[in-house]
Every structure is written in structure tokens, then in C-alpha cells.
Design a binder for this molecule. Structure first.
Ligand code: ADP
Length: 386
């Protein structure tokens, strides 16, 4: 009964056993011998090293098991090619085969089919290798990216320095040209004939434009380097607007446009850098003037903002307007709408980028509400002083 039971278990678990004699030749066998994939039907008499070649070189350990000096020897997950090209995995355990008198007449070898575990381990190793390959690739790409990034930063710094130096160097002679032209136009040096006056005015307009471009370029390099410093002080927006309107008047008059101011708020004192706020308003009014036809209107309004502690400024025109899909791109450096590019209007697309940065440095926001051919209203919020 016991041996029948043992056979059933050995068959079910796919276990084979071999017992050797003192010379390590196979003396008897049992269990699921098929797992050994050996084509000799009767294994008796074969040296165990011949059946299990992995023992070659470590026969001494087998002798130790036989001598009772080594209680257990294990060869885990030995792979064997089987007939149809597949691989199975066997684990061999060698134990001293003690008899009742505690003599050791041979070695018991238990062979256990562990193909499932072996395949699983194989897959695991494969995955590990793949992961380490991907990791190495990633590390290499990261290194390459870091080098490219460093190079980009270097080129960016050179570009910023170049722009900054060029703009500085241009601004000084341009300002002096403008100054001298003004002296001539003021007739401080004597009367200026009308024809010459016209040409000098063109020179003056062109140099003013170049000065404004160089200032914008300098502002851009400062914004990018986060080097804009605001001198924040309470200032009455009405006073700032007065000088901005004064400056805008000639441009507005040339196009027969109407520039008006509505104030719908009690306190107009804000906490700001006066020069920068003047720059923001100048730019918005100049855009309204540029992108509105002759005879159009520009309305500046001061209102309470929804954001608590802020004042809202709106600059509305009835000009060409801006398509919905263009409105988000307006604040990108050098962006100009197709309509603007087609109009005979000067501009480089830096103004709104600078405006937004300056407003945000003040803690405020900028947005636009516009419809093509109906006009645009730009909104700016700035912090109230109180
Ligand atoms: P610039 O006027 O020098 O081109 P800005 O940065 O001030 O640059 O404006 C970016 C673009 O936004 C302009 O080129 C124009 O297409 C559009 N834009 C700005 N203001 C207006 C406006 N009031 N009406 C219509 N389009 C405008």
C-alpha cells in the first residue's frame, strides 16, 4: 500500500529518484523517470555522473555526501533540451542513503521537475535584462539631454548678452541724433525751411521708433533674466494718464481719432512703478491708435476691478479687432496677427509680451475682448494703494 501511494505521489509531482552504490553507479530507480529524458531504458549500472554531467568537476562533493560529511548537495534548475526543442528545468538533490545501521551504502538522488519555476525565472531574468538595457539607454539619453541643455543655456546667454550690448550701443547715438534733430527743429540754430523740416520730422520719427525698439529689446532681456526692478510707490493714475495722453495726442490727431477718458471709480491712487505704468498705457493706446482706422475712437476707462484691492483699466478701440483663435498668442514675443502684418503699420510684436510681464510683476492681469472689424478692448488690473 505504502509503495503504491509513494508511486502516485512521485508521478503526480513529477519526481524521479536514483539510488547509487558505493561506486556512485546507479543501483536502483523509481518515480517519474521520463523527466530525465534519458534514452536508456534501464539506467542500472550507469555512473550517475554520466546521467547528470553537471556533476563533473564536483564529484568530490558527491564523495562527501557518500561519506556522510555533506548532509545535502543541491543542483538547482538545471535546464535540459527536450525532444521537441523545448527546455525543462530539473532540480537535483543528493542525500546520503542511510540504512538501519546508519551505514551509507549509496547516495539518493531526487530529481524534481521545476519547469514552471525555471521558465518563470528565465522570464524574470529576461525582463531584468531588458529593464537594465532601457535604464542604460535612459541614462545615456539623460546625459545627452543635460549636455544639450547646457549648450542651449550657453547659447541663450550669449544671445541675451548680444541683444543687450547691441541695444545699449544703439540707444546712445540714437538718443543724441534725436536730441540734435529736436534742437534744429526748435530753430535754436536758426530758421529751418519747410522742406527740410519735413525731412527732419521723418528722421525724428524713425529714430524714435528705433529707440523704442531698442528699449523693448532691453526690456525683453531683463524680463528673461528676471532682472526687472520695480520702484513701487503710491501714484495717482490720473496724473500718469495726463502725461500719457499728452504724448499720444500727436499720433491720435494725425489720424483724426478721438481719445477720451472715463473715470468710474473714486480712488485712482495705485501702488506702482510710475514709469512702467506709463509704458503699459502708452503701449496700449499706441496699439489702439495703430490698429484703428482714421476717424476712429479710443476710450480709456478706470473702473473698480472684480479682484479685491485692484483697479481695472480698459483701453477700447473700434479698430480692426482680433480673431478669437489669435487672442491667446498675442503675448508671445514677435507674434503679430495676419491683419497687423498686412497693414502698413510699424511694429515688431514685443509690446504686449512686455506689457503682460510688467503687469504681472505688479501682481495684476491682462486680457482682451475683441471681435474682428468691431474693435478690441484690452483690460489691465493694477493694485490700489489703499
Ligand atoms: P506690435 O504692435 O509691435 O506688432 P504688440 O505686442 O503690441 O506688437 O501687439 C502684438 C499684436 O497684437 C499686434 O501685432 C496686433 O496683431 C495685435 N494687436 C495689439 N493691439 C491691438 C489692437 N488694439 N487691435 C488689433 N490688434 C491688436
Amino acid at each position: 500500500m505504502d509503495s503504491v501511494l509513494t508511486d502516485i505521489i512521485l508521478q503526480d509531482r513529477k519526481i524521479a529518484y536514483l539510488i547509487t552504490d558505493q561506486n556512485l553507479n546507479i543501483a536502483s530507480t523509481g518515480g517519474t523517470l521520463e523527466i530525465l529524458q534519458h534514452n536508456v531504458n534501464d539506467l542500472t549500472g550507469i555512473p550517475i555522473v554520466q546521467l547528470i554531467p553537471e556533476l563533473t568537476g564536483i564529484e568530490i562533493l558527491l564523495q562527501d555526501v557518500l561519506a556522510g560529511d555533506l548532509p545535502r548537495l543541491e543542483l538547482p534548475l538545471i535546464n535540459r533540451q527536450i525532444n521537441d526543442g523545448e527546455t525543462n528545468y530539473l532540480t537535483f538533490v543528493f542525500l546520503p542513503m542511510c540504512d538501519k545501521e546508519n551505514n551509507i551504502p549509496g547516495v539518493l538522488c531526487i530529481a524534481d521537475d521545476q519547469t514552471e519555476i525555471g521558465e518563470y525565472q528565465q522570464r524574470l531574468t529576461q525582463r531584468r535584462n531588458e529593464i537594465s538595457l532601457v535604464k542604460n539607454q535612459l541614462a545615456r539619453q539623460n546625459d545627452e539631454l543635460a549636455i544639450a541643455n547646457a549648450e542651449l543655456t550657453r547659447i541663450n546667454e550669449i544671445r541675451s548678452r548680444l541683444v543687450s550690448v547691441a541695444a545699449h550701443e544703439l540707444r546712445t547715438p540714437l538718443t543724441s541724433i534725436n536730441g540734435y534733430v529736436e534742437v534744429i527743429l526748435d530753430e535754436d540754430l536758426g530758421p529751418v525751411p519747410e522742406t527740410q523740416r519735413d525731412y527732419l520730422k521723418i528722421v525724428q520719427n524713425s529714430t524714435s521708433r528705433l529707440i523704442s525698439i531698442t528699449s523693448n529689446l532691453l526690456d525683453i532681456t531683463r524680463i528673461e533674466a528676471e532682472r526687472i526692478e520695480l520702484s513701487l510707490q503710491p501714484a495717482d493714475l490720473l496724473e500718469v494718464l495726463e502725461s500719457v495722453f499728452q504724448e499720444a495726442k500727436p499720433l491720435v490727431n494725425t489720424k483724426n481719432q478721438q481719445l477720451t477718458l472715463n473715470v468710474s471709480i473714486d480712488s485712482t491712487v495705485i501702488l506702482c512703478d510710475k514709469v512702467r505704468v506709463a509704458q503699459i498705457l502708452n503701449n496700449l493706446i499706441s496699439n489702439a491708435n495703430k490698429y484703428t482706422a482714421d476717424g476712429g475712437s479710443i476710450v480709456v476707462e478706470l473702473l473698480p476691478a472684480n479682484d479685491e484691492g485692484f483697479l481695472l483699466i480698459s483701453v477700447a478701440d473700434n479698430g480692426v479687432g482680433i480673431h478669437m483663435e489669435d487672442q491667446d498668442k498675442l503675448y508671445t514675443p514677435f507674434y503679430r496677427t495676419e491683419q497687423a502684418s498686412q497693414m502698413a503699420v510699424s511694429g515688431v510684436g514685443l509690446g504686449l509680451y512686455i506689457i503682460r510681464s510688467l503687469v504681472e510683476f505688479h501682481g495684476g492681469r491682462v486680457w482682451v475682448d475683441s471681435k474682428p472689424n468691431r474693435g478690441s478692448t484690452f483690460y489691465v488690473t493694477l493694485p490700489l494703494a489703499s
